[in-house]
Write a protein that binds this ligand. Sequence first.
Ligand code: 6PG
Length: 509
Amino acid sequence: MKNHNNLSDIGVIGLGVMGKNLALNIADNGYRVSAFDVDSPKINALVTQAHNESPQLDPHRILGCLDIKQLLASLDKPRVIVLSVPAGDPVDGVCAALMAAGIETDDIVIDTGNSLWTDTIARELSYQGQFIFFSSAVSGGEVGARFGPSLMPSGDPRAWARVAPIWRAIAAKVDNHTGLPIERFEPGVPVTEGEPCTTYIGPSGAGHYVKMVHNGIEYADMQLICEAYHVLSDGLGMSAAEVGAVFAKWAQGQLNSYLMEISADILQQADPLTDKPLVEMILDTAGQKGTGLWTAVSSLHLGCPAPTIAEAVYARAVSTQKTLRSQLNGRLQGVSPSAMSDDERAALVDILEDAIYCAKVCCYAQGFQLMAMTAAEQGWQLDFAAIAKIWRAGCIIRATFLQSIVSAYQTDEQLEHLLLAETFATRLSNKQPQWRQAVSTAVLRGIPVPCISSALAYYDSYRAKTLPANLLQAQRDYFGAHTFARIDSDPQQKFHLDWSGDRSLKSVP
Ligand code: 6PG
């Protein structure tokens, strides 16, 4: 217990998987928690779990509350209340209930859900004067919330000053020397050493924007692994377990990541009902809650290319059109791929590893450019090295590769684009022949690789000396007199050719 009265240090409202585990994590770190959920069995389940997991700890460290009024009365002031409810209307529903129950001006409400960042900005404004609406997106799923998530707080700095000690305590930790996560999943024994994966991101909305981009990268990262699985299984005829073994090996090298590790594990899992590989018994239609879509939409609004993230969203959309896919499966012709020698097969595994690495760098480059452009638009001062640091442990996209991003931004704080960083420019330049070979092999064998190939097009678009936008400008001028700039004049100076008349060139004021 951190305060010296009998009051709780923090309240948690919403005891689904994430809220319950955050409450247990906070309590493990010595804070006294008051908890409430509209579904009262969840309150009892939390209190029972806390007792059963660590009977040696203070049995009163988690207080189950019957209603929001009791929760408010049980908290030390100014109160800190964590919301773990679905994004959207439920957040405002709980805020309304808190106001009705007497929440005060200095009290802090922290939205930990995946809320749309613009909603967060609007909420901070609309609740001003009633209480402080703060936000802190959480990444890491069930286990992260329980034993150490990555936390992306933003909003009123006064609220952060109060919340920071708790957040640093419950966040995932990174070993200061190795840059690797410190993982200890033991109830009642929190990780107290290492660098916490949380940092104040910026003003209201910034944290949710950064989390949204994290999820956009997550979508692309997952899809890249899925495309590698598709190439290895359909292209090389590998069994799920064999692909799992390849992924387990990749997870030890340049492609080390939590997502690669879990994919290796998933592919080794047998279906308890049929004993076939479980993955082959799962219907190939992907779900989504919307954060990847928001990232793609944001990129379109900003004019900030994030094709690999957008392709990952489309790949999920295509997968859901199962009936249409079945019809077209019988109608559209593909190819009959030629046989590959054992040497060619082994070589493909290696070139695919490099291709995935290159495409992954492009996903992150897209995500970081999105954050940079939105920060410039919103007037946020984002610290990209710090953001990459807090993604090194706890969150879903954690990977050793993030350390290279940290170094890139530490070397050059003003780095405009990740592909300009020496490390990434050199690595991608060296590996691009393999990347091209992986894409062409997949294409020639009729295997869709939208993320691996769109990332390559992204790379080639940025490195190309010229793009065919000159012809595009001429087309626009031809049918709509939209004018064009010339390579031998000031780019601000516009010209129009009289395409339907005497084809004379006019300078347009
Ligand atoms: C995380 C995850 C988490 C959640 C996503 C999944 O960082 O912990 O991103 O937020 O798993 O909402 O999103 P989809 O359901 O859209 O795949």
